[in-house]
Design a protein around this ligand. Structure first.
Ligand code: NAD
Length: 352
């Protein structure tokens, strides 16, 4: 079977971190006898330069024919003055919308090797930290009716049963591959949309009798993430709460250069990208951390291709690389063995 991967390196450090990720995937293919077929496409500022459009038709049409999309990052100061519909970020929104990506998965894992990058006290994180935030991406208050009328403005938070059901299924399935615990976060003591959220999540959970389901109000959840993050495994929540909580969880792990993400739609389609942007301040210097993008590829192997062993092999190779003391500058801490983007990619590839 051939896995068709649309590769969109993008701008800034995007191409640098993507090169290392493809290098690692090539080793995975060899080790597990897999066939990855890469189609390189342009999106973002570089596509604007070539086509006058950050998301040219050829990119979108070709991406839609592939099984998944891997993206580096888009944007940079060169394109900051463009009108909104020409800006590189439009490519991201266009891809998410066209691929119907309604679920955003952001794991926050604190590697013991990088424990000193965590802003919490050591005793709070001594049991490790491995949380997956599953955020609804295309509904809720960011997409509801809004208006400003005179000196009054409003935004509307709307959720339908169907929207809640499908994101809950994503969370439950993800939890089945982990420690089978889901915490649904809402504000059901105040909001009608949250009461529907809680009721629907409970209904869907009946299909997953092995899962232990808890519910938490968002204000408490934001506090518990700091007080005792190890109590969480999978958190499922709406668009705005997820936006805030996933950033909070991410911060517990130290560097943005370590954080992968997956955006999923119906079926197995998905877009995999690091959480960070194009980092124009360090672009072209071979110093960016490629691990977030490499870990995004591990998520692709797991969630879109169902290749759990291959996904684990990538994650274990990353962990072993850190054990061996390899550090890019952003995660160097007290380590002196600072390596380049390429050296980090080479080390992970060797460890596969
Ligand atoms: P950024 O994530 O690009 O950079 C923030 C800081 O983190 C910078 O100091 C950068 O050097 C550092 N950093 C980021 N990734 C790193 C890595 N892999 N290794 C080491 N250090 C890393 O955010 P920003 O500076 O706010 O945005 C820069 C550009 O990226 C903007 O044009 C923005 O619109 C765009 N952006 C794109 C995406 C995306 O493509 N998904 C996401 C966020 C921002």
């Amino acid at each position: 079977m051939t896995y068709k991967i649309a590769v969109i390196p993008g701008d800034g450090i995007g191409p640098e971190v993507m090169d290392e990720t493809v290098k690692v995937l090539d080793c995975v293919a060899k080790k597990f006898g897999l066939d990855f077929h890469y189609t390189y496409l342009k999106a973002g500022g570089c596509a604007y330069d070539e086509y006058g459009d950050p998301l040219p038709d050829v990119t979108l049409e070709t991406a839609l024919k592939c099984d998944v999309v891997m993206l580096g990052a888009v944007g940079g100061p060169k394109w900051d003055e463009l009108p909104v519909d020409k800006r590189p970020e439009k490519a991201l929104l266009g891809l998410r919308k066209s691929l119907g990506l309604f679920a955003n998965l952001r794991p926050a894992v604190l590697f013991p090797q990088l424990a000193d990058a965590c802003p919490l006290k050591e005793e709070i994180t001594k049991n490790g930290l491995d949380i997956l935030v599953v955020r609804e991406l295309t509904g809720g208050i960011y997409f509801g009716k809004r208006a400003t009328e005179g000196d009054v403005a409003y935004d509307t938070m709307t959720y339908s049963v169907k929207e809640i059901e499908r994101i809950t299924h994503v969370a439950m399935k993800a939890a089945m591959m982990r420690s089978k615990r889901v915490c649904s976060v809402d504000k059901a003591n105040i909001l009608d949309s949250s009461r529907l959220w809680r009721k629907t999540v409970k209904e869907v959970a009946k299909e997953y009798p092995e899962i232990q389901l808890d519910h938490m109000y968002v204000d408490n959840a934001s506090m518990q993430l700091i007080r005792k993050p190890s109590q969480f495994d999978v958190i499922v929540t709406g668009n705005m709460f997820g936006d805030i909580l996933s950033d909070e969880a991410a911060m517990l792990t130290g560097s943005i250069g370590m954080l992968p993400s997956a955006s999923l739609g119906e079926g197995n389609i998905g877009m995999y990208e690091p959480v960070h942007g194009s980092a124009p301040d360090i672009a072209g210097r071979n110093i960016a951390n490629p691990l977030a993008t490499i870990k995004s590829a591990a998520m692709m192997l797991r969630y879109s291709f169902g290749l759990e062993d291959a996904a684990k092999a990538v994650e274990e190779a990353v962990s072993k690389t850190l054990d061996q003391g390899f550090r890019t500058a952003d995660i160097a801490g007290r380590e002196r063995n600072i390596v380049s983007t390429k050296e980090m990619g080479d080390a992970v590839a060797r460890n596969i």
